[in-house]
Design a protein around this ligand. Structure first.
Ligand code: IFM
Length: 466
């Protein structure tokens, strides 16, 4: 049963989210060329079980059936990403009409079913050729992003309800170039900070390109904003660690994008790693584009303290362990593991953190609407003898996090929608197919889809709120 109080303001968009490499498969079809994730996942030892996205949830071939499932759930929006190497093989030069046609058909299919398309231009599948020329550590990658964005905007046009430039550039920069647990698997702090800047620059250039094509488009970016609390709120040391993590994790992106400047403390904290000379005159003006919406991805909260150099230390902030720290320059961080329910990712379940994040972000940026562009949980699902997936833990997770969104709205946050992660079980990056986030189960042997109980609960909430 849904809680009768769990109703949302008129116009609030309930949807679900996915990403190209995680669901599409068909990696060599119709002109698509390899991305950094094809290379990474085909490198032995990089992904759990040496899984890869070659087939994934086979969405490329099952797109219409998947849209039918969205319709069955009553989804009002669908957040998907566009694979750059499908649309522009190699990341520069000629565009690939067949790749473009796939996304064009998807958008039409969604609109035919009254589902609003929310399109993300970059959800981590960088064309391999661009990585071969330096990847996000190279300014040229940001410059290459603009013509790609322009072409997609021109083609999909005003059929797209919300445009998102980047998904979680924190992961692209720090997991890809510092800790190396994501593609391209590099481990150099200076490269990671250069990647932060070039991702920000790509965002600004893409917004300009979209607006040049579609002056009235709704444009946004999505961040996995971090909620990090000090282990001891009275400890200056712990508070300072949290400030440094916040600078790297949140303000390194929101600073230039929303306020037109990198935080001074970030530049000072990382002075031993880089002099930030990759920031050129005019870049901050390019990055600082007006936004219509800010996408917020939320899964968990963290607790951090300054490591005393003696006691047992945890470097696992919820992503895969690496001997190289994702948090560039915060060499004395210790992530504390408080008791409490954790998901299969090891992430603490903390719905109050979502309320806190939405209220805080909305208050800090008045006039900028927010959308929860991802929220969800991996749990170890089982299929019962009758074929049903009774994913009670995910049901609770979804219910309590929807309540958390409602609490944030009631406390004054301007939140316009909720895109549940994820529509389907999919390729969970370095964890392969081992971690299942879907509200729809995918049997990877047969590609059969089964609505889990969480999907049924979500459909009820949507119906009750409509
Ligand atoms: O699967 C990912 C997604 O691609 C980006 N945000 C977090 C999800 C769960 O880890």
């Amino acid at each position: 049963m849904t809680d009768p109080n769990l109703t949302f303001p008129k116009g609030f968009l309930f949807g679900a989210a996915t990403a190209s490499y995680q669901i599409e498969g068909a990696v060599t079809e119709d002109g698509r060329t390899p991305s950094i994730w094809d290379t990474f996942s085909h490198t032995p030892g990089r992904v759990l079980g040496d899984d890869n996205g070659d087939v994934a949830a086979d969405h490329y071939h099952r797109m219409r059936d998947d849209v039918a499932l969205m319709t069955q759930l009553g989804l009002q929006s669908y957040r998907f990403s566009i694979a750059w190497p499908r649309v522009q093989p190699g990341g520069s030069g000629a565009f690939n009409q067949k790749g473009i046609d796939f996304y064009s058909s998807l958008v039409d299919e969604l609109l035919d079913h009254d589902i609003r398309p929310i399109a993300t231009l970059y959800h981590w599948d960088l064309p391999q050729e661009l990585e071969d020329r330096g990847g996000w550590a190279n300014r040229a990658t940001a410059q290459a992003f603009a013509p790609y964005a322009a072409r997609v905007a021109e083609t999909l046009g005003d059929r797209v309800h919300v445009w998102t430039t980047l998904n979680e550039p924190w992961c692209s920069a720090y997991l890809g170039y510092a800790s190396g647990v994501h593609a391209p698997g590099r481990t150099d702090g200076a490269d990671a900070l250069a990647a932060v800047h070039h991702l920000n620059l790509a965002h600004g250039l893409a917004i300009q390109a979209i607006r040049a094509e579609l002056p009235s488009a709704t444009v946004s970016v999505t961040h996995n904003l971090h909620v990090i609390h000090p282990a001891d709120p009275a400890s200056e040391d712990d508070l300072d660690i949290v400030r440094r993590l916040d600078a790297l994790g949140n303000r390194a992106f929101l600073g230039p994008e929303l306020d037109g400047a990198y935080p001074e403390d970030l530049i000072a904290d990382t002075a031993a790693v880089t002099d930030w000379s990759f920031v050129r005159d005019g870049d901050l003006e390019t990055i600082h584009q007006p936004l219509d919406l800010l996408g917020v991805n939320y899964y968990t909260t963290s607790i951090a303290r300054r490591w005393d150099g003696v006691s047992e230390r945890h470097l696992d902030d919820g992503h895969q362990e690496s001997e190289h720290l994702a948090w560039v320059g915060v060499d004395d961080v210790d992530f504390v593991r408080p008791p409490g329910l954790r998901t299969a990712m090891g992430w603490l379940v903390d719905p109050a953190g979502l309320t806190e994040l939405l209220v805080r972000t909305s208050a800090a940026h008045p006039g900028l609407p927010l959308m929860v562009t991802e929220n969800g949980a991996a749990f170890e699902d089982t299929v019962d003898a009758d074929g049903q997936v009774r994913d009670d833990l995910r049901v609770d997770y979804v219910r309590t996090h929807l309540q958390a969104v409602k609490d944030a709205i009631d406390a004054g946050a301007d939140v316009r929608g909720y895109q549940l992660w994820s529509l389907l079980d999919n390729f969970e990056w370095a964890w392969g197919y081992e971690r299942r986030f879907g509200i729809i189960r995918v049997d990877y042997d047969t590609q059969e889809r089964t609505l889990k109980d969480s999907a049924k609960l979500y459909a009820q909430v949507i119906r009750a709120s409509a």
